[in-house]
Design a protein around this ligand. Structure first.
Ligand code: HEC
Length: 332
């Protein structure tokens, strides 16, 4: 079965990210987040009300007695400080205990994960690696993580440069990726669909454009996707494909230093693997939908679309652009 973009729908009205957890790792942390937000709001409202009352009372006192206000009863004043500190401490300790219990409840998945992925954060995209340790084929892709629905999946998190954070709000809490260190996270999606993820640790100019998607599929669709992605690309050959052949040559000359296309001589390691570029829903780490026009726009204007990104803008003649586009279309 061929993996089809249209067959998947987004679980993603913006508020959904924070209102509807889609798996057991996210439910308790989402409730915790709202509980802590409600507590903070209550504190702000209470402090504001007390301040308003105090201001009004002071005006009245000043109106009654002209001249400086005299503190008449120091003990009564201090009593309010003790009461205030006491009440705040009770709520803070309760919030701490609730937070620790919640973190503990989502620390480990309900059963051993059947799949382990390695995700490495780069300025400003995500490398995704499946190993053959679980019996499926190994592969490398970027910015799009496929998982089987209803299964806990372990994610080993690394960083290639600075500190980033891996966060799919509907599937789990956030976890940092730290250079030289390996962190772990588990996610599980209870319903098929596309769940948006985002770098949530400020990591530089294009931090906001460092998104990714988790695509949860039933087992058959997931296995089909995985076996497609694991295959090398078929190099273009033959006079019938003159345009794509020219595009392939351009790719090897201008792009292969950074990008890999498995099955060809392109084996650059500092940029997203493009072997099956055409199967991805989005490009440039969630910035644009993956259409032919957007691909060419990105290649010509990467520095305008994501200023400071590590992909240069590459000027091409109309003929070269058409050839490159014809070649990229073979990467399915
Ligand atoms: C100097 C290294 C470099 C060169 C040369 C380069 N790229 Fe890139 N490319 C990158 C990096 C880094 C990214 C990720 C940028 C980001 O999303 O922040 C990228 C992203 C892309 C993407 C989006 C992939 C995705 O899944 O998001 C495409 C498509 C792409 N490049 C095509 C090309 C083509 C075609 C060429 C040659 C004409 C090329 N690149 C040359 C470094 C390079």
């Amino acid at each position: 079965m061929q993996w089809k973009v249209e067959s998947i729908h987004m679980h993603a009205a913006p508020l959904d990210y924070f209102l509807h957890a889609a798996g057991p790792a996210a439910g308790p942390t989402m409730v915790l987040g709202w509980a802590l937000a409600a507590l903070s709001m209550a504190v702000i409202v209470i402090v504001a009300l007390l301040l308003a009352v105090a201001t009004a009372r002071r005006r009245r006192i000043e109106a009654d007695h002209a001249g400086p206000t005299i503190v008449r009863d120091e003990k009564t004043g201090m009593r309010w400080v003790y009461i205030g500190t006491g009440i705040s401490s009770v709520f803070l300790i309760a919030a701490l205990a609730y937070t620790l219990f919640t973190l503990d409840s989502v620390a480990a998945p309900p059963r051993a994960p059947s799949l382990t992925l390695t995700v490495t954060a780069y300025d400003w995209w995500w490398k995704v690696e499946y190993s053959d340790a679980d019996g499926g084929p190994a592969l490398v892709t970027a910015n799009e993580i496929h998982i089987p629905v209803g299964e806990p999946v372990k994610i080993v998190l690394k960083s290639a440069d600075v500190i980033h954070a891996f966060w799919v709000p509907q599937l789990a809490g956030k976890t940092q990726t730290i250079p030289g260190q390996i962190n772990e996270q588990w996610i599980q999606a209870d319903a098929p669909g596309v769940y948006r993820g985002q770098c949530s640790q400020f990591c530089g100019a294009q931090h906001a454009h460092m998104a990714f998607e988790v695509v949860a599929q039933d087992h058959a669709a997931f296995d089909a996707w995985r076996s497609t992605e694991a295959k090398p690309a078929t190099p273009v050959a033959g006079a019938a494909n003159a345009l794509a052949l020219h595009g392939q040559k351009l790719f090897l000359d201008r792009c292969a230093g950074c990008h890999t296309v498995r099955g060809t001589d392109a084996n650059g390691a500092q940029a997203p693997d493009l072997t099956h570029l055409d199967t991805r829903r989005l490009i440039a780490a969630g910035t644009m939908t993956n259409t032919r026009e957007h691909q060419l726009d990105w290649i010509a204007h990467a520095q305008r679309i994501k200023p400071d990104s590590l992909m240069p803008s590459i000027a091409l003649t109309a003929n070269d652009a058409a050839a490159l586009s014809a070649y990229l279309a073979t990467l399915h």
